[in-house]
Design a protein around this ligand. Structure first.
Ligand code: SAM
Length: 239
């Protein structure tokens, strides 16, 4: 599969860090009391993997991350912590191509569902219906926009590291039914002087709450809201 994060991997993990300050506590709460194994879909650099490890002590974790750049961050983060190294397995395939445990205690898909087209989503829901253990849960979030409309450019990240400051900007354009393309610009400043600019584009499939409910219902699954409403998080429990 094409690596849409090839050019942006060096920026993505640090720019997601502030979002994880908000996402971490509700994700922990949603996973409390579960058993493993836990699959982290599109684990990126592992912010969520780390939250899962704390929330589900002792559980085996399978972190699936197809982007080589982000997987390098993930492997380094896992390898540096004895608590993670012993129980996190990093898989380099796309989620739909990965060989996963037969039974899943939980599945986490944060900031990633838009990477799956409608048939791909159907395969994820099918897998949940077939393989989530009784009492198991899936946790995911839906990100705006909820319709395939244009999104004007805005700055979504501003991170300082040493003498350098990194800005992330994004805008989206409609790209067909149910789909947008995000155009991202990553700017680097050294002592506030421009020092570089990288652009990248991501295809993103739109899914809103009614769509999620309708798709899951076809598989006998029901999502419930979890966490603060502005985070767009849902929990799917297997009964
Ligand atoms: C916006 S990042 C989010 C990373 C991480 N979940 C987080 O929130 O910090 C989206 C991630 O999904 C991954 N991804 C894209 N397509 C995927 C697929 N088919 N299977 C698994 N991961 C995928 C990307 O490589 C990227 O790491």
């Amino acid at each position: 599969m094409a690596d849409e994060y090839e050019r942006s991997a060096e920026f993505v993990d640090m720019m997601l860090a502030p979002h994880w300050a908000a996402l971490g506590p509700p994700l922990s709460e949603a996973l409390a009391g579960l058993a493993g194994p836990v699959v982290d879909v599109g684990a990126g650099g592992g912010h969520g993997t780390r939250v899962i490890a704390r929330a589900v002590p002792g559980a085996e974790i399978v972190a699936v991350e197809p982007s080589a750049g982000l997987r390098s961050v993930l492997l380094a983060r896992v390898n540096e912590s004895a608590g993670l190294r012993d129980r996190v397995t990093v898989l380099p395939e796309g989620f739909l191509e990965a060989t996963l445990p037969e039974r899943l205690g939980a599945l986490v898909a944060m900031n990633v569902i838009g990477h799956f087209d409608p048939p791909g989503r159907q395969r994820i829901w099918r897998l949940l219906a077939d393989r989530l253990a009784p009492g198991g849960r899936a946790v995911l979030n839906l990100q705006p926009p909820s319709e395939p409309t244009a999104v004007p450019e805005s700055r979504f990240a501003d991170v300082r590291v040493g003498r350098r400051r990194y800005e992330g900007l994004g805008r989206a354009v409609p790209a067909g039914p149910g789909r947008i393309t995000w155009h991202m610009t990553y700017r680097t400043f050294h002592d506030e002087r421009p020092a570089g600019e990288v652009t990248a584009s991501y295809d993103w499939w739109i899914l809103d709450e009614p769509g999620l409910k309708a798709e899951l219902a076809e598989h006998g699954l029901t999502p419930g809201r979890t966490g603060p409403p502005e985070l767009g998080m849902y929990m799917i429990a297997c009964t």
